[in-house]
Write a protein that binds this ligand. Structure first.
Ligand code: GLN
Length: 309
């Protein structure tokens, strides 16, 4: 797919203005106290394509916690270290239609969490790795997938979530009580918190989107990080489940495999291939970045990036 450079630049410029204007109607997450300190007006947007060409707007260098965007990295790691069959014998791949931290269907409908993009499913997926993969290896994998050696654990966010994350602990213990969690609930939920606290930028999330869009190969270094099959699986699950209980509408309106986090991040694996990363901590009621979603609607519509265009 070839895109006219000038047109791409114009569309991204318009999208930035649309995003900035939308941010004012969102609100930063405050259930993790440290996240409430973010500037609700902040907005950064970065595009990286397979030739290494980029476009950069606003707060692209600001570090913030990946939060649920890390669920993509956790899924990629589980597929890499445990394989497809093993991973999906412990977590399903169905959209839940419920909020990201819901416990409802897990208790009433199914013993296995619906998918790896919601908290229950991510905690379950982490439990496959807790005793098998060192944190240093997970961090190394995250840095490569994001082309960002500056990723570290934001200790303040980690502590803040550690102090307030009882709902996620409840999910961990519920999974244990059902006999499905694959490791100790305390260590597993702590590792989940640590992954959520990885500090990324809009630029790192653009690289993550690009590598997935490019079938798992980093087009700039040439290194394969994710198998082609796994990249297809991850993108499919991002498409159907990546935006929590807004995934259906986002699929229709934007139609680009994407994953959001309550820190304000959004990674998008778009045609081109190109990766688009966002930082916009003012969220909508689903927990998605208000600015990023509005900007992506415009970009996808104007550049015909919907997977069914
Ligand atoms: N760490 C957050 C939580 O578990 C991640 C949720 C999110 O980004 N939606 O609540």
């Amino acid at each position: 797919m070839t895109l006219d450079k000038e047109n791409v630049k114009r569309v991204f410029g318009e999208a930035y203005d649309i995003g900035l204007a939308a941010a004012s109607s969102g609100a930063v997450a405050d259930y993790i106290p440290e996240l409430a300190k973010a500037d609700p007006k902040a907005f950064g947007m970065y595009m990286l394509d397979k030739n290494g060409e980029s476009l950069s707007f606003g707060d692209v260098g600001v570090r913030f916690s990946a939060q649920s965007v890390s669920k993509v990295i956790v899924l990629a790691a589980a597929l890499k270290f445990k394989g497809f069959d093993e991973t999906f014998s412990h977590v399903m791949m169905e959209p839940s239609g419920d909020s990201f931290n819901s416990i409802l269907k897990l208790d009433t409908r199914s013993n296995l969490p619906f998918n790896p993009m919601i908290n229950a499913g991510a905690i379950q997926t982490v439990s496959l790795l807790t005793d098998e993969v060192s944190f240093a290896d997970l961090m190394d994998f995250a840095r490569k997938l994001c082309r960002d050696d500056g990723i570290t654990v934001d200790e303040r966010v980690f502590r803040s979530e550690f102090m307030t994350g009882d709902r996620n602990r409840a999910i961990g213990y519920l999974l244990k009580s059902k006999g499905v969690l694959q490791s100790d609930p305390k260590r597993t939920v702590d590792l989940y918190f640590r992954m959520c606290s990885l500090s990324v930028t809009a630029k790192s999330l653009a690289a993550l989107g690009l590598i997935l869009a490019n079938g798992g190969v980093d087009p700039i270094s040439g290194e394969r990080l994710v198998s082609e099959d796994h990249a297809r699986t991850i993108k499919s699950i991002m498409f159907t489940c990546g935006m929590y209980d807004y995934s259906g509408k986002y699929g229709v309106r934007v139609g680009v495999p994407s994953k959001s986090g309550v820190g304000g991040g959004l990674t998008c694996a778009a045609k081109g291939p190109m990766g688009i990363g966002f930082y916009g901590p003012a969220l909508d009621k689903f927990g998605n970045s208000k600015a990023a979603v509005k900007a992506m609607e415009h970009i996808s519509r104007e550049l015909k990036l919907h997977v069914f265009d």
